[in-house]
Design a binder for this molecule. Sequence first.
Ligand code: TTP
Ligand code: MG
Length: 269
Amino acid sequence: MSQPSAALPLVADGLGWNPGGTRVLGPLDLTVQRGELLVIVGPNGAGKTSLLRLLGGLLEPDTGTLRWGKLRGAGAERRRNRARQLVYLPQLSPLSIPLTVREFVRLGRYPHRDRWTLSATAQDHEITESALARLELLEMADRSMVSLSGGERQRVSLAAALAQGGAVWLLDEPTTYLDPRHQVEIASILQAVHRDGHTLVVTTHDLNLAAQLATRVVALEEGRILAQGAPRELLTEEQLETLFGVAFTVESSPQGLRIWPRAAEGARS
Ligand code: TTP
Ligand code: MG
C-alpha cells in the first residue's frame, strides 16, 4: 500500500453547492485532520454524497473554498497529483462496465502510470493481484463486471481503491450491499488502512459501523452540519432521534456502542 503523503489537512471554508439555484449543501466549514477517520451520518438526501464529491473535487463548489494542504503543482499536474492522493469510492458503481474484474481493479493503478507510455508495470500487476486476494476476488477475477451482484461489485470497487492507494480515502457507503461476513471484512480493511496512517472520510447508514470505526462523527441534516463529536458524544439517543426522526436505543459498554432504532425492538423479541 502506498505511504500517506503530506497532502493534508483538507479544509473546507464556507463550502456550498446550489445546483440550478437550489441549495443542496452548505455553506459549511469542515476541517479533516491528517489521520482522522471521519464518518458522516444523516438521513437520505441530507447531502452526504454531495459533500464527499465536493471534497474529492468531483463537483465544483458554488460558494466557499476547499484547500488541499501541500498539494503540489498547478493545472493538469495538480489534478494528477490529486488523483494519486485521493481514493474515491462512489455510492453506486456503474452497472455496465465492459471489463473483467481484474482489468477493473488494475485500472485503479492508472493515476500512477507513466504519463507517456501509460503501460502497467510489474508492480502494478503485483499490487492488483494482492488487492484481488485481499477482497477474496481471485476466483472471479476473469468474470465480466456486468455479471456481478451489487455486493460483488462493491468489493471489486474496494479492491480497485486498495490497488490505487492514496493519502485520503473518500468512501460513500462502502458496506451497503455486503453480506455480514463481508461487512466485517471491509470494516477490518478500513481499520487497517487507517492504522497505516491514511485519512478516511466515510458516509454510512450503519450507525454501529460508525460507532466502531470513527474518530469523529459529523451529523449532516439538510446540507448543514447539525453536530459533530466523538462517537460516544454524538451517537446518543437524543441526537439520533433529532437527526433521523425515530427513537433509538443506544447501549454503551466498554466494548463499544450498540445502536438500533426503537421501533425494531418489538421485532427483536
Ligand atoms: P445526496 O448528497 O445524494 O444525499 P445523501 O447522500 O445524503 O443521501 P443518501 O443517504 O440517499 O445517499 O443528495 C442531496 C440532495 O441533492 C438530494 O435532494 C438530491 C440532490 N442532488 C442533486 O440535485 N444532484 C446531484 O448530483 C446529487 C449527488 C444530489
Ligand atoms: Mg448518498
